[in-house]
Design a protein around this ligand. Structure first.
Ligand code: PMP
Length: 401
């Protein structure tokens, strides 16, 4: 279809055309029920079976152990900024009924705009002291930008935090943890352990969910992601929650923890099989089709390999552009995101020219986030290697011009 362009947008973002075609059929008639997916009851046996298959697909592809539940909710990544605080503070209160807000700490690793926002929400909600474990801005040359993962010795974890929070991939700043434990830009999992297998580690995987395996998945208390990057439409949020973090929030409230809004309680979601109230039926459907396709294409192994190649190709041409004085990388080597590659085009009006040229060639969504400017290339699962080659060709021509 000539009307479709290559979409390098950061989210909502590209979805596979074959899935969209399949979804249009489901919009009219979901699994021979004679009712469209946006019209069908979430309690119908057909939808419940579909939901179970979506969960099974995530569990199989990410190798989620039986210690962890997979839950579906709404409210996006931002909703979880609040929900993780509520649920993890309730858990902490049940473990330590004697401790007040003054002697409860939540730890935040700040490596970009989204983890910063999450820390601000924790501060807003109160109920604990917010400890900034590390603020990576302080390591940048200007002291003002998020351009790297900080060195391991800079992390100052608290003694017994109610949660330890990090954002695996910073969508705006293009900074991501390395998945090689030995790399300087990896998350320092080894500093958390100290013999405590139940460290309350929380990870925002919104923009890197299911683009490759999740390292140390079983060591996480909560992993969450909005669906609208790699998986499907906005409106669906996916949670992977360790059993001990699904707590009776009302019992915690009786001990002095903040009451938790009923739809934000992980126990509400878990007890009802993610059907306490009406879920986002249509986004779940599209996500299910995407996941089914991913499994057919070889799952995480395939996507890890493809996504590695895609990112390598873009970083290589950007590096070349930098050597020629035409482009400028914004993130330190080793800390660059696989999903969101950010750079600047050098020269007045050059960025505008770059974006116009791309659009003329059928490539959109390349403008950086409004808060930081520049160019951002998002390389989510549905962006093919051939499409990346088109962009790389364009960048190569642009810098040689
Ligand atoms: N975390 C990350 C890493 C994100 O990229 C985003 C959205 N781009 C959010 C959180 C917020 O998600 P939402 O818009 O779904 O609330």
């Amino acid at each position: 279809d000539h009307a479709r362009v290559i979409n390098f947008g950061a989210g909502p973002s590209a979805l596979p055309v074959t899935v969209l075609e399949e979804a249009t059929k489901g919009l009219l008639n979901f699994q021979q029920t004679g009712i469209g997916i946006a019209e069908v009851s979430h309690r119908s046996k057909e939808f419940q079976a579909f939901l179970a298959s979506v969960e099974a697909s995530i569990r199989a592809q990410l190798d989620v152990p039986p210690t962890h539940r997979i839950l579906f909710t709404q409210g996006g990544g931002s909703g979880q900024f609040s929900a993780v605080v509520y649920n993890m503070l309730a858990r902490y209160r049940l473990l330590h009924p004697e401790r007040s807000a003054a002697d409860t700490v939540v730890d935040y690793v700040v490596t970009g705009s989204w983890s910063k926002k999450a820390a601000e929400e924790a501060r807003r909600l109160g109920g604990a002291q917010v400890n900034i474990v590390v603020d990576s801005k302080q390591f940048s040359e200007s002291g003002k930008v998020f351009d790297r993962i900080p060195p391991h010795d800079a992390y100052k974890f608290s003694e017994d935090p109610a949660l330890v929070y990090y954002c695996e991939n910073e969508t705006v700043d293009g900074v991501e943890f390395s998945h090689e434990d030995s790399a300087p830009a990896s998350f320092p999992f080894h500093l958390l352990q100290k013999g405590n297998a139940l460290a309350p580690l929380v990870a925002d995987y919104s923009s890197s969910f299911m683009c490759r395996p999740i390292p140390h998945l079983a060591d996480h208390a909560v992993i969450y992601a909005g669906a609208q990057k790699n998986i499907g439409p906005a409106g669906l949020t996916i949670l992977i929650v360790r059993e001990d973090c699904i707590v009776d929030v009302d019992a915690a409230a009786r001990l002095g923890a903040a009451p938790v809004p009923i739809t934000m309680s992980y126990k509400t979601l878990a007890d009802a099989g993610s059907l306490y109230n009406t879920p986002s039926v249509l986004p779940i459907y599209v996500a299910g089709l995407v996941l089914e396709r991913m499994q057919r294409h070889g799952g995480m192994k395939h996507y890890e390999e493809t996504n590695r190649h895609k990112a390598e190709k873009v970083y290589a041409v950007v590096k070349k552009g930098e050597q020629q004085g035409k482009l400028r990388r914004k993130v330190q080597e080793g800390s660059g995101s696989w999903m969101n590659v950010v750079f600047e085009v050098v020269g007045s009006d050059a960025e505008k020219k770059f974006l116009e040229g791309a659009e003329k060639r059928g490539m959109k969504g390349l403008k950086g986030h409004r808060s930081v400017g520049g160019i951002r290339v998002s390389l989510y699962n549905a962006v093919t290697e051939a499409e990346v080659d088109r962009l790389v060709d364009y960048i190569d021509n642009f810098i040689n011009e």
